[in-house]
Every structure is written in C-alpha cells, then in structure tokens.
Design a binder for this molecule. Structure first.
Ligand code: LLP
Length: 434
C-alpha cells in the first residue's frame, strides 16, 4: 500500500499523524475515518501557491461535496480558499461553521426556491446558474429582495474526458449547464447581462472527475477562451471570470498515474495568461474547483476484522465491520483501493483475500484479490485514499450507524464527527399509535 503524508509504519504498526492505528481504534472504535491534517493542509498550500498569476486574480475553490463538516469548513476558511456548495445542506454546514458567505460559490442543476432564498438571504458571493428557467426564478426572487447577485453561467464545452461514465459531466447530453454549441446560449448570456438584478461575471464549466490527461484540461481552457473571445467580439459583453471546475485525477492504486499538480497549474495559468493577452480579453479572474485532489489522499478508513472465511469454491474472505455504507465507491463505480493489515504492517503477504463488508448485499466488497499476511480475528484493516466521496456518500443501509471521523496531527487526535448511535437511526421515526 502506498503511504501518503505522515502515514508510516513503525514496529509492525501503521501510524498517521504520529498516532498509531491501534490507539485510534481503542480510543474511537471502528470503522473510523482518519484524516491526516498536516497532509490536507500541505495539499491545500500546494494548490494555493502554484495557482498564481501576475496578470489575473486566481481563486482555488474547494468542492465541498468531496468531504464537508464543520471542521473541514474551518480548515478551508483559515487557508483562504473559497468553497463550492451544491445544496442547502452544504450551504447550511458552511454558514454554521462561520465560513464567509462572500467566498461561497453555489452550484446545482435544480436549486430549490428555498435554497436560492437561503443563498440570497445569507449573501452568498456567487451563484452559478444552470439554465434559463433558473435564471428567471433567481431574477424574480432578487427583485423581491431588492438585491443584486454575482452570477456565473455554467456552460458545457463538450469535452469527452476519459473517466467513468457516471462522473463525466461535459458531454453534449449532460444534465449540467448549457452547451456552447447551442446558439441559444448566447441569448442566455445576453439575458443575464441585461438583467437589472443579475451581475454577469463570467462562465463556469467542469468536464468530469478523476481525469488523468492534462491535455483534456488544456483543451477545456482553450475551448472556453475561444468562446469567451467570441462573446466579447460579437456581443461586446465582457467576460471577467472563468471557472474551470475540478476533476484532477488522484492515486488509488498503481494503475492511477496522476500528473504533478504544481507543474500543471503553472502551465495552465501561463496558457490562459498568454491567450488572454494575445486576444485582448477582459478576463480578470480564473477559478479552479478541486475536491478529490485536495482531500482524497489525506483520508483513510480503519476497520476491525471480525471474520475470516474460506468458501467451498476456495475464496478467502476477510469480513470487516463496515463496508458499502461507509464506502459505496467500489460497488457504484468499480473503484479500486489499496489496504493493509494495520497491526501486521511489516509481515510478508501470504494469502490472497477479498475484503467484504457486513451489508446484506453480495456486491458489498471493498477490495478484491489482495495479497496480505495471514489475517486473524480482531486484526485492524486500513484502506487508504478514502478522503473524498466516502463519508459524503455514506448511508445507513441495513440501519448501520455512520462511523466517526478523527483528524490527526503531531501525535494528537481530534474528534470532528461523532459516531452515530442506534438512537440516531430512529431519531426521525415517528411512533404512530392508532
Ligand atoms: N465542480 C463541479 C461543478 C463538480 O461537479 C465537481 C464534482 C467538482 C467541482 C469536483 O470534482 P473533483 O475535483 O472532486 O473531481 N462521487 C464521485 C465523484 C462525483 C463528482 C461530482 N462533481 C466519485 O466518488 O468518484
């Protein structure tokens, strides 16, 4: 298993942030989400200090759908990054954490009226509008509130990036945004630009997630800059802001070959600076919106092994005390992960195992065919690179309680999310007596 950040092995035991997996399991129980706080902060700094320009304002926006809770919002706030939210619930969490509303970008293809009202009332900095109907609704609401609102329009540049079908977002029939190849999109831009309550700032796009080809992002930028040039020349509308979304691929297993973020960001900025200057664009600000690449490799999940079984067919299973409820990604996207028996970290691999969860579902497999030292009951099993889209996509299937989340750094651990209890599972149930 590849070790990231402060994760290391000493005396046959995995430790993160200077705290051993064994002591984390004893103090907080398992399954447990562990976040390496130093690694998270270093990754944030990597983005922040490599996405800089002398010519343009640059802005890194954390896509909070990857992982959000009050403490994550605090870390993002302190780092000076902006925050992308996509629902009233994410917005509520950010505001409750005291995240400055002006640094929030509100997304969504079907924002509810109550969500738009919440955004307007809390003075959210930027709303990314998705379609014409939403523009009408937002404009009417703003009129009632007698307020104006900065907006970007989400457009679809038709880039077909190589990634899983479920996380492609920029094909011509995507549900997100409006196509730059549709002539009506120019009319929508004019409509926003002329609106009394909407301040048209620019365009947003996002081509998908877990993408490894730098060229796809450069192509995205080029296509968007050409489109901006057209709008400025033909319509005489200034496009001041370009948000290129997120989607930078990360390592889960040896098959994943991520590019260097620092070098790529410098290249991207230079490309946009040059294009903008050479074509006399009025671009003032560029944004990127990474989620996974900011948090994923700082997270891991610790489980306790409860059972080991050899099937009649000869397959060796390890059963852990979590599964698809805390990590749906293998079942949903055939995602692959690396793992280790945390308390046998220096022992030689001897047996081929499949790691299965405890849910009542045959597809509840976390890792297939992994070579490990001989496992025993009560050993600890750690899966790496679970920071993004694990906790945020967790469920209570089979009425299983969601795990706790702990942040570790410099030999100390902080509980950021408490473990759910059985009583939480019936908290919304109503006793109906007839
Ligand atoms: N901006 C927008 C508008 C997005 O839709 C997304 C992700 C991002 C930024 C951040 O993308 P990232 O940098 O994290 O790749 N649940 C899936 C991923 C869904 C991504 C949805 N949108 C998974 O577990 O792989």
């Amino acid at each position: 298993m590849k070790l990231f950040g402060t994760m290391k092995i000493s005396d046959n035991m995995v430790e993160v942030g200077g705290v051993s997996a064994q002591s984390l399991a004893e103090e907080y129980g398992t399954p447990l989400y562990i976040i390496d706080e130093e690694q998270f902060k270093n990754t944030i700094a990597d983005f922040k200090y490599n996405f800089l320009s002398n010519q343009l304002k640059t802005n890194v926006i954390y896509a909070s759908k990857a992982l959000l809770n009050l403490y994550v919002a605090n870390i993002i706030d302190e780092s000076g990054l902006s925050l992308d939210v996509v629902s009233g619930g994410e917005l509520y969490t950010a505001l409750k954490a005291g995240f400055p509303a002006e640094r929030i970008f509100f997304h969504g293809n079907n924002k509810l009226v109550k969500e738009l009202q919440m955004a307007i009332e809390s003075n959210v900095g930027t709303i990314i509008v998705d379609n014409e109907l939403e523009i009408e609704i937002l404009s009417d609401l703003l009129k009632d509130y007698k307020k104006s609102q900065r907006v970007l329009l989400r457009v679809n540049p038709g880039i077909d990036a190589h990634t899983h079908e479920y996380i492609k977002t920029s094909k011509n029939d995507s549900k997100f945004g409006v196509s730059i190849f549709d002539e009506d999109t120019i009319e929508i831009i004019k409509r926003i630009h002329d609106d009394e309550y909407l301040e048209f700032k620019g365009l947003h796009c996002h081509i998908g997630s877990q993408i490894f080809q730098e060229d796809s992002f450069l192509k995205e930028s080029e296509t968007m800059l050409e489109y901006i040039s057209r709008i400025e020349k033909e319509e005489n509308i200034h496009v001041e802001e370009l948000n290129l979304g997120g989607g930078f691929g990360v390592y889960y297993t040896e098959e994943d070959k991520p590019f260097s973020i620092s070098e790529f960001l410098k290249k991207l900025v230079k490309f946009i600076e040059d294009y903008s200057k050479n074509n006399g664009l009025h671009l003032k600000q560029i944004d990127i919106e990474p989620g996974r690449s900011l948090i994923n490799n700082s997270g891991s999940t610790l489980y306790t092994i409860g059972g080991i079984k050899r099937t009649f067919g000869g397959k060796n299973y390890i059963f852990v005390d979590g599964g698809m409820t805390d990590n749906i990604r293998p079942a949903l996207y055939q995602a692959e992960y690396e793992g280790i028996i945390a308390n046998k970290a220096e022992e030689k691999p001897a047996v081929k195992y499949t790691i299965a969860g405890k849910c009542c579902e045959s597809g509840d497999l976390l890792i297939k065919d992994i070579m490990l030292p001989k496992a025993g009951r009560n050993d600890l099993f750690l899966i790496n690179s679970t920071g993004a889209y694990n906790y945020s996509m967790s469920s209570n299937y089979n009425r299983i309680e969601k795990p706790a989340m702990v942040f570790v750094m410099n030999g100390e651990s902080k509980l950021a999310v408490r473990r759910e209890e059985y009583k939480d599972l019936i908290a919304n149930d109503i006793v109906i007596n007839d």
